[in-house]
Every structure is written in C-alpha cells, then in structure tokens.
Design a binder for this molecule. Structure first.
Ligand SMILES: [Fe+2]
Ligand SMILES: [Fe+2]
Length: 398
C-alpha cells in the first residue's frame, strides 16, 4: 500500500489520505508514504506516536519516504462503542424501552463512543412517552405549519360596536394566557425527554411552536383596534399554575392535552362560528386545527401508557380530584370571559338575542363535557369515572 501526497502538507489534509490508506491496508501490512512537503517526516512521526502507529523514515539517494504500520491501539477507540438503536423507528427494536443515559444527545442509530458522558434525562422510558404513530404525527404537524403573516386576513375591513370589540379583546386576553401555559408545559418536558425518543422530542417542540403562533395571532387580534389587552384573573392563573407546576409528564399531558386542550377545541370552534369579524374567525380556526393534533398526541401516548400500566388510571383520576380540590375556592372561568362569550354568540344587546347567546354558551359547556367524557371513555375509564372526572375539570376550561 502506497500513498503519494505530492506537495500536500500533512496538516493540510495529507493526514486524511494517510488515515484512509491505513484503514484500507491489510492487517500486518505497512503503508509507504511519499511526499515533498517540508517537515512531512516531523509531522508524520509526531502523529504516529500520538496514534500508536509504528513509524520508520527511509532515506534513499537524498530523498526519503515514510513507512507506517497500524498500531495495535488503532481502532480500539471504537471497540467499546455501541449502536444507539436504529434511526428508522419502524425497524424492529429500533427504539429501546430504556435507553442508557450515556447515549445522551447522540442521534438514535449513531455509533456512540465508550466513555461518553452520562446525561440526566428524567423521561427515559418508552412506555411513558412513546406512541406508535408519533413519526406520522410529527410529519403531519410539520406539514401543517402556517405563517401568521399570511394565513390571517389582517387587512380585512370591519368595524364592530365598541362593546363587541371589548368582548373580543377580553376573550383574546384569556386565550393568550391559556396558550402560554400550553407552550410552557411541553417546552419544559422536552428538556427532560431522552433524545432517543427523537420523534416525541420533535413533536413536543413543534407543539410549543404552534402555541407560540397562537399567542402571536391572539395578541395581534386583541391589539388590532385597541391599545391594551383586557383582564387577567387570579382564578384563571391559579388554574393554569396547577398545569405549569405539575412535575409528572403523564399527569401534565393528561390534564393539559386531553382535558384542557380537548375542552379548548370546543371553545375555539365555537368562537370561529360566532366571531363577528373575519380576523377573529381565522385565528380561532387556525388555532383549533393545531389543537386537534395536540389532543391527538396526548390521547395516543396516554392510551399506550395506560395499556402498559393500567393502574395509572387511578393516578390520573386522583390528579383530577386533587386539582379540583386545590381550585375549589377560586372563581373558575372569569365572569368577563363568560359574558363576552354570551355577547359574541348573541351578536347584539337585544333581549331575545342575549337569551339565544346564553343558550349557545350553555350548549357549548355541555358539548365540552361530552367531548371530555368521550375522550376519557376512549382512554378506558369507566362511564362513572369519566362522568366524575369531566365534571371536576377546571371551570377555567384549560
Ligand atoms: Fe394553542
Ligand atoms: Fe395546544
């Protein structure tokens, strides 16, 4: 085996050619290296010493060449390396139930050198985070991203009665803080998730990005005709704080995605239908489409989690009871938001219209309850259990 580096210096890429030749050389056979670069012998000798290769310099009629023999240590660096599962999640055993912390940030499927540092990713059990469908769900979410600048008809002309505009601003103010909770919760868990579960990590990240857009468009709608946002209540914040503070991933995603975002789906579609202007209608429709995916992932991974650990149902039920108890003395949905919803559904201050609007909001609350119950039944809760949990769900909706 012979390499000619010509004028190429060892430290300017010559090393690549020498390494390549050493890899290709049969075992116990040396590689001869020719070259005219100054100090080639010096560089080669130092490198061979560092890498554990045998080095000899052969002088011949005033010119010289090197002779290198691969040392026994070469290649040993990768001898203890491990393949970190398989990149393609559809390959059998590609995703491990309990990936080691030493695989750390390595891409799933990479060959990880022995001695890599131990990380401390708390969410490191496949049964607790994974869904068989997660890769498809992520692809769907990535394809469904929309641009707030162009997806909403911001320039549409409309002029609402002052009190109707106020009602919109109040509802938007309420939506923004709920969306903020929905951003903070997955963002916190994505940092605790073992990157071996790549598709779940990507899905949670894109979910947080969805919420960032929701916050943007709701803020922009609120400020379209006004200079300030509306009211934020202590009760609403207390309800959201229980989500932000929940340390357990299964409980948090159950309360947020299944119960909270599930309930918000009804609310957003209701707002889309009763919106008095095209901008409000568009922002609510776009957010609802994203929320449907958030609910779908929460349902999918919790269904699989509950199949593996049926006793978790009791834990989730107790979490709902505990949350209800801790919020018992708070006001629930703020009256301003409730009144705003009635007015939006009514469309005017006419007595008959207000009555119709009130009925519509009552129907909405009933639909929210049925939706929650349906999802709970789908997760395998009993009818009585689902009824109780849905009834105890926070009056703040999220
Ligand atoms: Fe959202
Ligand atoms: Fe969401």
């Amino acid at each position: 085996m012979r390499v000619d580096l010509a004028d190429l210096a060892f430290e300017r890429g010559g090393a690549l050619l020498v390494k390549r030749a050493l890899r290709a050389a049969p075992p116990a056979e040396g590689v001869t290296v020719f070259g005219r670069a100054p100090d080639l012998a010096v560089h080669l000798r130092a490198w061979c010493r560092a890498e554990g290769h045998e080095f000899r310099w052969v002088e011949n009629n005033g010119t010289g060449h090197a002779w290198i023999m691969r040392g026994p240590a070469a290649g040993q660096r990768w001898s203890g390396a491990e393949r970190a599962g398989q990149a393609d999640p559809h390959v059998r055993d590609a995703v491990l139930e309990h990936p080691p912390q030493r695989w750390g940030l390595a891409g799933r499927g990479a060959l990880v050198e022995a001695g890599s540092p131990e990380f401390r990713f708390q969410l490191d059990r496949k049964s607790e985070v994974w869904s068989a469908d997660v890769a498809r769900m992520y692809a769907q979410a990535a394809a469904a991203q929309w641009d707030p600048a162009t997806a909403v008809p911001w320039d549409a002309e409309f002029d609402l009665p002052a009190e109707v505009e106020d009602a919109i601003v109040q509802v938007m103010t309420y939506l923004i803080e709920n969306e903020t909770a929905a951003l903070v919760v997955p963002a916190r868990f994505v940092a605790q998730l073992h990157p071996h579960f790549r598709e779940v990590m990507q899905l949670l990240a894109i979910q947080a990005a969805d919420e960032a857009r929701h916050i943007e468009v709701f803020t922009r709608r609120a400020l379209l005709k006004r200079k300030e946002l509306g009211l934020s209540t202590a009760g609403g914040q207390a309800s959201l704080q229980t989500l932000v503070d929940e340390p357990n991933f299964a409980i948090a995603s159950f309360l947020l995605s299944v119960l909270g975002e599930g309930t918000f789906l009804n609310l957003l579609w209701f707002l889309e239908r009763s919106a008095p202007d095209p901008v409000t209608s568009a922002v609510c429709r776009l957010a609802a489409q994203d929320e449907a995916r958030h609910v779908a992932f929460g349902m999918a991974h919790l269904r699989e989690h509950l199949q593996a650990q049926p006793w978790m149902r009791e834990t989730l039920m107790n979490a709902v009871r505990r949350r209800h108890e801790s919020l018992r003395h708070t006001a629930g949905l703020n009256a301003e938001v409730f009144d705003a919803l009635v007015l939006l559904a009514a469309g005017s201050w006419d007595c008959a219209d207000i009555g119709t609007g009130h009925d519509a909001v009552s129907t909405l609350v009933q639909e929210m309850h049925s939706g929650r119950k349906r999802r709970l039944l789908h997760l395998g809760f009993s009818d009585a259990g689902a009824e109780e949990m849905s009834a105890l769900h926070t009056r703040n909706f999220m």
